[in-house]
Design a protein around this ligand. Structure first.
Ligand code: NAD
Ligand code: UDP
Length: 313
């Protein structure tokens, strides 16, 4: 028996948010999706329109919002470097003013609130793999700072509202996630490589491709996020959510070329400023406290994502 809740998802028309809305509706909840469509699209949620327990609202979270809900997933924020660096001041405002507004809302209606934080709070980490206790290595004035520092400040606000106002908070540190509905032009590595491979165009490898990431399929991620929201209130986090299987960006390129049967060649491009060399989550806490770990193999997830982009193109 599930108890039916009214759930607000900010950034609900985006990549992760739209999958989350679907999952929450399938579990029988009422979902209010709020988005300003900066990187989100109506098509992502077109399958949900018209459902009696789904509501869509155009709204920018940097402005206050007055609604009545039981739970809030705060996902509004562009996540790909191209988009968050397009208007960096707005990115910081979205993270910081957005957090203040959503925390204020949670305080007024006594809702539980979960923040979509990020592995970027660890910056270019000097500890490997990253545990939640690690404080990070972030350049506060670099081109990634609007995102990294914005998300770090949002975490600060979450914990201060928790201590000061006894708010029921959860903070998820999300590591690289991929899957259908990523934007084809958002510059993230999985979508870039798949789109390039399907066009038989050069695969743009930044640096020597020796930098590593660990990629989590979106269904696994959504499962972890929902478990965290449903966990006892004592589990505030931060909790790392991601796939602990690390792979170099070059090996990812080769895997995608093989899976798509592409004729693409790998082309070297300069490494972007402050691009982290290594990133991999330690997910012991999520395993222990949530009984969660990713179950979808990289190959399976990539096949599903390739299928999505094939249809899109
Ligand atoms: P996305 O860009 O697809 O989704 C973000 C959504 O937020 C979009 O629909 C966008 O239109 C909306 N948005 C942006 N600014 C807004 C504002 N001011 N008001 C209202 N809506 C606004 O990105 P995503 O990958 O789905 O990421 C969702 C969340 O998860 C983000 O907070 C991101 O930082 C976090 N995250 C994602 C990843 C990942 O690998 N995908 C990793 C770490 C953290
Ligand atoms: N990357 C790349 N080619 C691309 C896009 C990205 O080699 O066309 C690299 C990028 O430099 C980084 C890694 O892939 O080292 C992951 O990049 P992404 O932007 O997806 O995520 P993040 O850097 O935020 O982890």
């Amino acid at each position: 028996m599930i108890s039916r809740k009214r759930v607000l998802v900010t950034g609900g028309a985006g990549f992760l948010g739209s999958h989350l809305c679907e999952r929450l509706l399938a579990a029988g909840h009422d979902v209010l999706c709020v988005d300003n469509y900066f990187t989100g699209r109506r098509e992502n949620i077109s399958g949900l329109m018209g459902r009696p327990n789904f509501e869509l609202m155009r709204h920018d979270v940097t402005f206050p919002l007055y609604v009545e809900v039981d739970e809030i997933y705060n996902f509004a924020c562009p996540a790909s470097p191209i988009h968050y660096q397009f208007d960096p001041v707005q990115t910081t405002k979205t993270s910081v003013h957005g957090a203040i507004n959503m925390l204020g809302l949670a305080k007024r209606v006594k809702a539980r609130i979960l923040q979509a934080s990020t592995s970027e709070v660890y910056g270019d980490p000097t500890e490997h793999p990253q545990r939640e206790e690690y404080w990070g290595n972030v350049n506060p004035i670099g081109p990634r700072a609007c995102y990294d520092e914005g998300k770090r400040c949002a975490e600060t606000l979450f914990f201060d509202y928790h201590r000061q106002h006894k708010l029921r908070i959860r903070v998820a540190r999300i590591f690289n996630t991929y899957g259908p509905r990523m934007l084809p032009n958002d510059g993230r590595v999985v979508s870039n490589f798949i789109v390039q491979a399907l066009k038989n165009a050069p695969i743009t490898l930044y640096g020597d491709g020796g930098q590593t990431r660990a990629f989590c399929y979106v269904d696994d991620m959504v499962d972890g996020l929902v478990r965290l929201m449903e966990a006892p209130d004592t589990l505030t986090g931060p909790v790392n959510l991601g796939n602990p299987n690390e792979i170099s960006v070059r090996a990812l390129a080769e895997r995608i070329i093989a899976l798509t049967g592409s004729r693409s060649r790998i082309e070297s491009k300069p490494l972007p400023v402050n691009d982290p060399m290594q990133r991999c989550p330690d997910i012991s806490m999520a395993k222990r406290e949530l009984g969660w770990q990713p179950t979808i193999e990289l190959e399976t997830g990539l096949e599903r994502t390739i299928e999505y982009f094939r249809k899109l193109m």
